[in-house]
Write a protein that binds this ligand. Structure first.
Ligand code: PLP
Length: 353
């Protein structure tokens, strides 16, 4: 057991779940929720804070300000508490109550916006609010997870090498896209060192990241209403888009197998299974081609007990189809969402339904 003196020093970098018994495909899930912030965002937050401190931008007496759908806010709350900064998190009404309370318990101030920007959604509204806060007080520092190179570098240095070490025969890596920090860190690492590995982004239907049309989304973590500036889609494969009902069904299938993960894990796994069915499904002889696939679980499920795992919330927000069983075992006739074009021919729905 390691001995630590600051909460952000602890991380579990080598835990993977074999999903084959649940879903039939040779798919492994890298688990990122076991740290004091409860999500993968602690890595990005740590790197961004370290870079800002080294550059002298962040100093004793500074107040951190960040826009977050929740997990980056918790990660910065943990770091701010450990390093003695004040922290203001700007989030919106999709942020879980438990996440908000976690931030305030760590001493952060949380601003919850309830009105989206007319054309740039909640993200546009949050960024304008951050800019207004910065203009009011010169001691406020915005690390800006949407632009900071520390965001993707954290994954280039830690997440991607840990996957590469564990899976020397990796064929395809599926990465959920929010700010695209995880995606770009992994894409750069594998692009440089193992270019044969396909890096496939997974996004939510309704997110504009890969040029698809905007629509209402309810589950935080993945997807954006403004294209993320960190994204270089020449370095990644075509994105898969997943409907929220399939996210919820996949989360619940994982839970029935004993694994309570966050909403975006359901999206990533659902997208990965759909892609694997399409690219490496049963051939004419009924034999699945040998692939080694990995995806990432950014957080665990407790924060989603009132949403993804709550029947009434699912029925009200997403529709009763979210409660249906049946995404497991890679069986035929499952509906795992729509795929939209990206990179080449961005914005054109390639396959639907
Ligand atoms: C729950 C969840 N899913 C997915 C992501 C996507 O990560 P990124 O912002 O690196 O694209 C995050 C980021 O925090 C997250 O918290």
């Amino acid at each position: 057991m390691p001995v630590i003196s600051a909460s952000h020093e602890f991380e579990v970098s080598d835990l993977f779940v074999n999903l084959q018994p649940i879903f039939g495909h040779r798919l492994f899930l890298k688990v990122e929720g076991f740290n004091f912030a409860g999500s993968i965002k602690l890595k990005a937050a740590r790197e961004m804070v370290a870079q800002a401190e080294a550059a002298g931008v962040l100093r004793p007496g500074s107040t951190l300000v960040e826009s977050s759908s929740g997990n980056m806010g918790v990660a910065l709350s943990v770091l701010a508490a450990a390093r003695g900064y004040r922290f203001v998190c700007v989030t919106d009404s999709r942020c879980n109550e438990a996440t908000r309370r976690t931030m305030t318990s760590y001493g952060a101030e949380v601003h919850v916006l309830t009105e989206p920007h007319p054309t740039e959604g909640f993200l546009g509204a949050r960024i304008r609010h951050v800019q207004a806060l910065l203009a009011e007080d010169g001691r406020r520092v915005w690390l800006n997870q949407y632009l900071s190179p520390g965001n993707w570098m954290a994954h280039y240095r830690t997440t991607a090498p840990a996957i590469a070490r564990q899976f020397p025969d990796l064929t395809v890596l599926f990465v959920g896209a929010g700010t695209t920090g995880t995606l770009m860190g992994c894409a750069r690492y594998f692009g440089e060192r193992r270019p044969s590995v396909r890096v496939v982004p997974v996004d939510s239907v309704g997110s504009v990241t890969f040029g698809a049309p905007p629509a209402t989304r309810h589950i935080p973590g993945l997807g954006t209403s403004v294209r993320p500036p960190l994204l270089d889609d020449s370095l990644v494969d075509r994105a898969i888009h997943v409907e929220e009902r399939d996210t919820v069904r996949t989360c619940r299938e994982l839970m029935r197998g004993g694994f309570l993960f966050g909403g975006s894990t359901g999206t990533a796994v659902s997208g990965a299974l759909r892609w694997l069915d399409e690219h490496h499904g049963d051939g004419a002889g009924g034999v699945r081609e040998r692939v080694t696939a990995v995806t990432i679980a950014p957080d665990l499920g407790e924060r989603y007990l009132d949403t993804v795992y709550h029947d009434e919330w699912v029925t009200r927000s997403i529709g009763p189809e979210g409660l249906l069983p049946g995404v497991g075992r890679g069986g035929p006739g499952t509906d795992r969402g729509a795929e939209h074009g990206t990179g080449h021919g961005a914005g054109v729905p390639a396959v639907t339904g």
